[in-house]
Write a protein that binds this ligand. Structure first.
Ligand code: FNR
Length: 372
């Protein structure tokens, strides 16, 4: 029998030095069912494995004697970000820690890192924004950008309510996730963990039709977003819109034609369609198609500073991290997430310095080599 999960640590031990240290440790701080839910990939886990393996197949070519006077800062949609990293949208963070998204956003604000808040957050988007503003205020600076990740709801008026609430709470962009239309939720939520932003709205059907088959023509498939929904959203808000999960060059091009302001190249952490190539490989298709018209972000398997520089060299402006947030939250709450982000930022700095590259925008494919 599994022993009960350990409580979150109150201090960060010296043995926690990398994001994989957090991952290993997290298993002991989470109920078995939650650990499995966070870690799982769909199907045989091909995409989940590829997300990491794709980074490991790429080598780096350092430039000697370079001038290192620069920084890790980037510009994204007209805002400065201290590092080319954001916390990606991860649902139900109170599964990992009682403070959930409040702990993550405070950590992000403390490290001046942006966060994308899920529609399925377990804290209201207003409370999350208020926590970010309060933390930035304590530190005497403007809060790092907060973006709202939208899952379209069965009724447009409900999607619109979510967008209006995000605008009112100061979110700076809408991330429309389009790769998980038919995804079942995958976990039974314990008491106290709920999609509080959707209170009063009918819950979208979370499970497949009886018999375990998903048929086109079921209510689930009918609720899946289409291009008309993107056009509607474009008319409904003046906030920048980023599309998360469009990975074909053709779809990326069309999305940009339809007024999308950025693309997040993602296979949803290998959790939806198994067999999709890694985020890093998809990035290369999309970068060709988008041809520099909008900024590209990528996620899936990012764990190291060297992963981040590889993604940037292949055309990403920034990367998102998913699971490592939940790992760090479960191990040590806000302090864990803040430390995890500090580790990653420090590794990015080290990787850039070791490569002889003083600015993220100077990273280019010529500095990469395929490893055999
Ligand atoms: C996710 N992801 C996700 N994406 C999204 O757009 N909305 C969401 O609510 C969620 N929820 C969610 C929950 C959990 C437990 C995981 C692991 C992932 C996908 C997430 O944003 C991101 O694309 C991947 O997690 C990136 O891969 P890594 O960093 O986890 O390897």
């Amino acid at each position: 029998e599994a022993s009960p999960p350990l409580p979150p640590l109150t201090a960060i031990p010296e043995t926690l030095r990398t994001l994989s240290d957090y991952e290993r440790r997290a298993e002991h701080h989470l109920p078995a069912e939650v650990w499995r839910h966070i870690q799982e990939g769909s199907g045989r886990g091909i995409t989940l494995r590829e997300n990491r393996a794709a980074f490991d197949r790429i080598g780096l070519l350092p430039r000697a004697l370079a001038d290192l006077d620069g920084s890790t800062a980037i510009d994204l949609l007209g805002r400065a970000h201290a590092a080319p990293v954001m916390l990606g949208p991860v649902a139900y963070q109170r599964l990992a820690h009682p403070e959930g998204e409040l702990a993550s956003v405070r950590a992000a604000a403390a490290l001046d890192v942006g966060m994308i808040v899920s529609t399925l957050a377990s804290v209201t988007m207003e409370d999350i924004a208020a926590a970010a503003i309060a933390m930035a205020g304590e530190l005497g600076r403007r809060p790092a950008p907060l973006w709202f990740q939208l899952y379209l709801q069965p009724l447009r008026e409900h999607s619109l309510q979510l967008v209006r609430r995000a605008e009112a709470a100061g979110y700076e962009a809408i991330v429309l996730t389009v790769d998980a239309a038919l995804k079942p939720q995958g976990i039974t939520l314990p008491p106290g963990v709920e999609p509080v932003n959707l209170a009063g709205m009918p819950r979208p059907r979370q499970t497949a039709v009886p018999g375990g088959r998903i048929l086109l023509g079921t209510p689930l498939a009918q609720a899946a977003p289409g291009w008309d929904d993107l056009a509607w959203l474009r008319r409904a808000t003046t906030l920048p819109i980023l599309l998360k999960g469009a990975v074909l060059g053709e779809d990326a091009r069309r999305a940009v034609d339809e007024g999308v302001d950025g693309l997040i190249v993602s296979n949803h952490g290998g959790r939806v369609l198994d067999g999709v190539p890694s985020g890093l490989e998809l990035l290369q298709n999309v970068a060709e198609a988008a041809a520099g018209r909008v900024p590209l972000l990528v996620d899936g398997g990012v764990q190291l500073g060297t992963d981040v520089v590889k993604a940037l060299a292949l055309g990403a402006r920034a990367v998102l991290i998913g699971r490592p947030q939940m790992h760090a939250l479960s191990v040590a709450g806000m302090a864990g997430v803040a430390h995890m982000l500090l580790v990653l930022r420090t590794e990015i700095e080290a990787a850039m310095a070791q490569l002889g590259c003083p600015e993220p925008r100077l990273l280019c494919p010529e500095r990469l080599v395929a490893l055999s």
